[in-house]
Design a protein around this ligand. Structure first.
Ligand SMILES: *Cc1c(COP(=O)(O)O)cnc(C)c1O
Length: 370
């Protein structure tokens, strides 16, 4: 059998470069709590991403939970069902009510034109997701938030390094969160971050990720422990040096896929938005069974026969899981576009180390369906 092709594979720093950093950490005997490498990575990421204030976290879910807590969000939060479950879970973990709004067909992002109808007197925030790293319509979302007095927290787990018109997409809204999970464009094994726009808010976030401690004896809120340790911060510094190269390799793969599949009837790609520097985090295709000839699930299975493992991100929708399906806004009639995308989408293998031969194997199966 041929070599297995997975949907993703982690970007790893050189072990030879990592070992001296580990020796240094062993000598310092300072393993966590805002150590040398932690401070270094916060600075380096702020520079690289073009943001002013960033706080590291131990994963990408806790910054979502902490963002809602930091802004004292209450009542209802408007969000999208077309995401990874952590988005809605973070709302649940704050004892808040998620309200699902349908998405745009072209991007998979929350449809701003559907937001106003979902606002009630209890709505206090909007939590959109830059799905696949495609920027949301942040201008329109901010207009609505300003009119109704709502906070905006972007789940930017897919949007590492994404710019629109030369500006980091992470500067939109009140806060943005990142995930540095092993499967993402940039990883610290597990890890994440919360981006905010002023020093006082960063200070508060840093209390909340350390049990709520302000100094030695004062606890300002029931914070959680979500600090990143020195070992992963050092690893993160090394990976940051090669992330541009990784994104360039992803771009080349995306171009191969697009060129080879653009004339296949029944296959649609994401829309290219003008002025966006993309990170090529995923390569989703949307299958229209009528024109393509076989269903998305049939193609998914066909690829597996060839040892190729695509992923159906995002299927099933968050709104169909037991915790949320009883919500009024989870009614499929409220979310027709999200359901359509969830039924059509297949993410093809996409990672920096994917070689051309493997890309051609994937293309061959998708084109020939055999
Ligand atoms: C990966 C991801 C998260 C969660 O990040 P973890 O680091 O795995 O906790 C949240 N939201 C989205 C959209 C993601 O893709």
């Amino acid at each position: 059998m041929s070599k297995i092709i997975t949907v993703t594979s982690p970007l790893l720093p050189s072990l030879d470069d990592f070992i001296p950093m580990l020796k240094d950490i062993w000598e310092r005997k300072w393993l966590t709590n805002n150590g040398h490498y932690h401070q270094g990575l916060e600075k380096a990421l702020a520079d690289y991403l073009g943001v002013q204030y960033i706080s590291l976290f131990t994963n990408g879910t806790l910054p979502l939970i902490t963002a809602l807590q930091a802004m004292k969000i209450t009542g209802e939060v408007i969000t999208t069902p077309y995401s990874f479950v952590a988005t809605t879970h973070s709302i649940w973990w704050n004892g808040l009510k998620p309200v699902f709004v349908d998405v745009e067909e072209e991007t998979g992002n929350i449809n701003p034109e559907k937001i106003e109808a979902a606002i009630t007197p209890h709505t206090t925030a909007i939590m959109p997701v830059h799905v696949y790293g495609t920027p949301c319509n942040v201008k329109r979302i901010q207009e609505i938030a300003d009119i109704y007095g709502l906070k905006v927290i972007y789940d930017a787990a897919h949007a590492f390094g994404v710019n629109k018109d030369g500006e980091s997409i992470l500067n939109a809204g009140d806060m943005s969160t990142l995930s540095f999970h092993a499967t993402k464009v940039y990883n610290t094994v597990e890890g994440g971050a919360l981006v905010c726009h002023d020093a006082a808010t960063k200070k508060r976030i840093d209390f909340l990720k350390n049990f709520g401690f302000n100094g030695e004896t004062t606890v300002v809120a029931p914070g959680i422990n979500s600090k990143m340790d020195e070992i992963r911060a050092a690893y993160g510094l090394l990976n940051l040096k090669q992330v541009d190269d990784a994104i360039a390799k992803r771009k080349a793969i995306a171009e191969l896929y697009r060129e080879a599949l653009k004339d296949v009837p029944g296959i649609r790609f994401l829309k290219d938005i003008e002025g966006v520097r993309h990170n090529y985090a995923y390569f989703p295709i949307f299958i229209d069974e009528k024109d393509y000839g076989i269903s998305r699930d049939a193609l998914y299975a066909k690829l597996q026969e060839h040892d190729i493992y695509g992923r159906r991100y995002f299927y099933p929708l968050i709104s169909t899981f037991s915790a949320y399906k009883g919500l009024e806004s989870a009614d499929p009639k409220n979310l027709p576009v999200a359901h359509k995308l969830a039924d059509q989408v297949l993410c093809l293998p996409m990672f920096a180390g994917l070689d051309r031969k493997c890309v051609e194997r994937v293309i061959d199966v998708v084109r020939n369906k055999r």
